[in-house]
Design a protein around this ligand. Structure first.
Ligand code: SAM
Length: 188
């Protein structure tokens, strides 16, 4: 947020705010929306149909649910941490990638020219298939008119391992990505 904007952003939208963990200890003023009222967001709203005027925000932040439907595991608390109140269907491959195009189109609409979209996204393995969420999001961003500018790899302390997984066929994901998109012709 200090590095990419050309001037200090005034209007910031967190489009998947959940518990607002990104903003703990931050002095920034952020509008937070979430589809689940249980998270007590500033505004309960669907980020594929946002209640904001065109070209209103300087920055949009996005951290969509990224783990396919899980069983209940009270220890891990996946439901509140990863927004797994939202489920995906078998027909969708239990993935959330179908939500990327309508979201990025809305993000593009509510951003000012030269505005930035910061998206935290994780690939994962589900049903024995590698799910290329970051590649799907990058393509959705391009299709919506954004220019993808950067990809930051964020390392986590430990991979998510379900105790019922006995044999690994893919490496355990120890990282996720921050993709940075600009509503512009160019990144620089
Ligand atoms: C991974 S969590 C976000 C965590 C958040 N970044 C934090 O730091 O606390 C994903 C959130 O997206 C929300 N969500 C899912 N679909 C949504 C939609 N269409 N519109 C708005 N929020 C949505 C979920 O309810 C969930 O709270």
């Amino acid at each position: 947020m200090q590095f990419y904007p050309r001037k200090s952003p005034r209007r910031i939208l967190d489009a998947t705010v959940n518990g607002g963990r990104f903003w703990r200890g931050s002095k920034r003023t952020v509008v937070g929306i979430d589809i689940e009222s249980a998270h007590k967001p500033g505004i309960v709203a669907d980020n594929t149909r946002m209640p904001f005027a065109d070209a209103f925000f300087d920055v949009v932040v996005y951290d969509p649910p990224h783990i396919p439907n899980q069983g209940k595991d009270k220890q891990k608390d996946f439901n509140s941490r990863f927004g797994l109140g939202v489920k995906s269907t078998k027909e969708r491959g239990y993935a959330f990638t179908h939500t990327f195009p309508p979201f990025v189109a809305e993000a593009y609409r509510v951003l000012k020219d030269e505005g930035l979209l910061f998206a935290k996204i994780a690939d994962y393995v589900h049903d024995h298939c590698y799910q290329w969420a970051h590649a799907e999001l990058m393509q959705a961003g391009r299709d919506a008119g954004f220019v993808p500018c950067d990809c930051i790899i964020k390392i986590r302390k430990g991979p998510i391992i379900d105790p019922k997984w006995k044999v690994a066929h893919h490496s355990r994901r120890r990282h996720c990505y921050w993709l940075i998109f600009r509503k512009s012709e160019a990144c620089e």
